[in-house]
Design a protein around this ligand. Structure first.
Ligand code: SF4
Length: 291
């Protein structure tokens, strides 16, 4: 993982403004970037305070890989998981599909579905957002920028243990999650959001289905309908999304030259190669771009 130096962000045109705007829209304050050499203090007292009393602004966003891990943990399909435990919505600004963990209770007294008296009942498979707390990650063109979201809400001081961003993500078991989130979300650093916003609702809905309902997505692609590794599944998804954005004119034109993905599925005679090819001229269904 490349942890970006926050100083670099100033060199990325418009990024600081976009970030400030994002904080403003989500009413988030006091964010500090944690660069590769910065440290922060944090000690979890396991009081579970951060898993309840969510406001409408701080519900847990779940990534495609979160859905995959949690649905397996619960032995249900990703479609069933989304039906029972998530709300799919479109981001107000980008119109991008986002899955939010549902909570139990009402707006004032609520808690996560998975919180029990002893703590998180899905701890080993908890979503990336929960793993990273008190950090959040912003991806920009292959680099990760970490922000300190705030001190633990169940104690006055942040704790006495000191961490660097890499140490914290290693200790949280977040490596696979960050890789898989990264391989998909990095595409969006190159997105033309104005073009995306102009797509019709059906296309946006199709993207949301592919992103979150991975079992449904796999069924539509015969080449990978047999069991494959998490890596193969997530790279297939990445290829599909690249194709979707390119075919619908929503990626910067130079993206093609930067991103070509190759991977294999299956073993022995069953082994097959996939290339995440970007074919702008081809006007087939988005599934047509996976070879
Ligand atoms: S998934 Fe677990 S860690 Fe995350 S909010 Fe729910 S109970 Fe807390």
């Amino acid at each position: 993982m490349h942890i970006g130096d926050p100083g670099d962000l100033k060199k990325i045109d418009g990024f600081a403004n976009a970030y400030a705007e994002n904080c403003r829209r989500n009413r988030l304050n006091h964010k500090e970037f944690i660069g590769p050499r910065d440290r922060f203090n944090f000690t979890c007292k396991r009081a579970n305070m951060c898993c309840k009393n969510f406001s409408s602004n701080d519900r847990i966003i779940i990534e495609p890989y979160d859905v995959l891990r949690l649905s397996r943990r619960l032995s249900i399909s990703t479609g069933k998981f989304l039906e029972q435990y998530a709300d799919l919505t479109l981001d107000d600004h980008t119109h991008f599909p986002v899955a939010l963990l549902k909570y139990k209770g009402n707006r004032r007294r609520n808690k996560c579905h998975f919180l029990r008296s002893y703590g998180c009942s899905v701890y080993e498979d908890r979503p990336l957002r929960c793993r990273l707390y008190p950090l959040g990650r912003i991806l920009n063109r292959g680099k990760s920028y970490f922000i300190h979201i705030g001190n633990c809400i169940c104690e006055d001081s942040p704790g006495d243990k000191s961490w660097g961003a890499q140490e914290w993500t290693d200790a949280s078991g977040a490596e696979d999650y960050l890789d898989y989130q990264g391989c998909i979300s990095d595409i969006f650093s190159f997105a033309d959001w104005d073009a995306y916003r102009n797509l019709n609702k059906d296309l946006k809905h199709m993207l949301g289905e592919a992103l979150c309902n991975i079992d449904g997505f796999l069924e539509k692609i015969p080449e990978i309908s047999r069991p494959v590794s998490d890596k193969e599944i997530m790279l297939s998804l990445k290829c599909w999304i690249e194709g979707f954005f390119i075919d619908n004119g929503c990626l910067e034109s130079d993206y093609r030259t930067k991103k070509v993905v190759k991977f294999t599925a299956g073993t022995g005679a069953e082994k097959s190669e996939f290339t995440g090819l970007i074919t702008v001229e081809k006007k087939e269904t988005p599934l047509g771009v996976i070879k």
